[in-house]
Design a protein around this ligand. Structure first.
Ligand code: NIG
Ligand code: FE
Length: 422
């Protein structure tokens, strides 16, 4: 693929760094067109970036070459494919009625404790056929692609028993093989305590029944699973239970990447950092000590502004995290509580609600989200040798991807995955 004539290519990083912290989140690498012509990107037949430079320089290097496809990007800006670090995209049964309850004043935990919330979705997801879940997942992934996402983390977690958790992971696996978007799969059998069980029983079931079944399918090559997740929260799984589950997941090769400090401050950030967790999501309630522990261990903070927005929570302390050199990443948290697949909208919310600047939001939605999934060696920035995963927008400057709230069908002209328009 040859893209030429672009106004601007935002590389995010250009020096092989695999995560951005502190002031580096505001100093993104970019190549801007000169008066004589635009900027080009060449993606080779293996889907890797071969070159980025001014049209004149690239044309003289590749003068005689032929390309499968050439895109004239006059009037466009090119950004790295967006990375969504946290989603729950496999479920049946919407919760629009709970949205109304929350607007009328019910809290997330009140709905949850009344048997709604996650357990409502669990009942519907257990009943749904694998085909139905697959079809709705693909439709959701297609909307993400149209919004510029090229790598997305996808969790199980609406089964809470071995049959349905495996059904969800098979659905994710099938989409991973069929769909032109990259997926990082997460086993989240500890997303909630199933009805009729205690948290202690659910912890044992995840460790002794569900995880070994997942491990067997991983060993036989039927499933690729990357991460393990737990909803560590008062009234769900406590810190000690979370730690046991994450350690059991690590023993079968899964990276710890879990929900912590969302509605109450339990010290799960400190626990996660000590355990060497790759990432912790939410963190609305994290303490200064938790932030310091994450900084020391290099644990990435995946912040989810849709949750704070939809539930009216206090936003996570992103300014303190960045000041302490914690790498901040972004995710949509797409789920029946926060029904948002759009990373451009998530970046806008991150700027307005979490007080990030646009450069920080873009770094968080690209290289740092890729790092939270262990994929920053191949994704998250536009550098020679990395995947040719691109978003092309028709605008005077790249910031329009964040500034424009919705209407993206007129803004995002192409999403490209490994050199192929998807
Ligand atoms: O990240 N907090 C736990 N999990 C989800 C919500 C899932 C649900 O409500 O269905 C979250 O916000
Ligand atoms: Fe979540």
């Amino acid at each position: 693929l040859l893209v030429h004539g672009a106004r601007q290519v935002v590389q995010v990083v250009a020096n092989g760094q695999q995560v951005l912290k502190g002031a580096a989140m505001r100093q993104l690498a970019e190549v801007t067109a000169g008066p004589a012509g635009g900027v080009s990107i060449v993606v080779n037949s293996n889907g890797r970036i071969a070159d980025i430079g001014l049209d004149s320089v690239v044309t003289s290097k590749y003068g005689g070459a032929t390309f499968d496809r050439t895109i004239n990007a006059r009037g466009m800006c090119v950004l790295p494919g967006l990375v969504d670090g946290h989603t729950h995209p496999v479920w049946a049964g919407d919760r629009v009625h709970e949205f109304a309850m929350k607007l009328a004043g019910a809290t997330y935990m009140e709905v949850h404790e009344a048997g709604g919330g996650i357990n409502f979705t669990v009942r519907h997801t257990r009943e749904a056929s694998e085909e139905e879940l697959y079809t709705s997942l693909c439709a959701r992934l297609n909307t993400m692609i149209k919004s510029g996402t090229t790598l997305v983390e996808c969790k199980s977690g609406y089964g809470l028993n071995v049959e349905t958790e495996l059904k969800m992971l098979r659905v994710i696996e099938r989409a991973r093989r069929d769909m032109p978007i990259d997926i990082s799969a997460t086993f989240c059998g500890a997303h909630s305590v199933p009805e009729g069980a205690t948290a202690a029983q659910a912890t044992d079931d995840v460790i002794d029944v569900q995880l070994p079944a997942v491990g067997r399918l991983m060993d036989s090559g039927q499933l690729r699973v990357d991460n393990i997740d737990v909803f560590c929260e008062r009234g769900v799984f406590d810190v000690a239970q979370t730690q046991r589950i994450l350690a059991a997941g690590a023993a079968v090769g899964l990276a710890a990447n879990f929900h912590g400090e969302e509605l109450s401050r339990l010290g799960s950030a400190e626990m996660g950092a000590t355990l060497g967790a790759r990432a912790i999501s939410h963190l609305e309630e994290v303490s200064d000590d938790g932030v310091a522990a994450m900084a020391r261990q290099g644990t990435i903070a995946v912040v989810l502004p849709t949750t704070a927005y939809v539930l009216g929570l206090r936003p996570p302390p992103v300014r303190a995290m960045i000041a302490a050199d914690v790498a901040v990443a972004l995710g949509s948290d797409f789920n029946p509580n926060a029904h948002c697949v759009s990373m451009p909208l998530v970046m806008n919310l991150a700027c307005v609600l979490l007080k990030m600047c646009m450069q920080e939001a873009l770094a968080a939605a690209t290289i740092n989200a890729a790092a939270s999934l262990g994929r920053a060696d191949t994704q998250g920035s536009l550098e020679v040798g990395k995947y040719g995963d691109l978003v092309l927008i028709e605008a005077d400057s790249w910031e329009h991807l964040i500034y424009q709230m919705g209407g993206h069908e007129n803004l995002i002209k192409y999403t490209v995955k490994e050199g192929v328009v998807i």
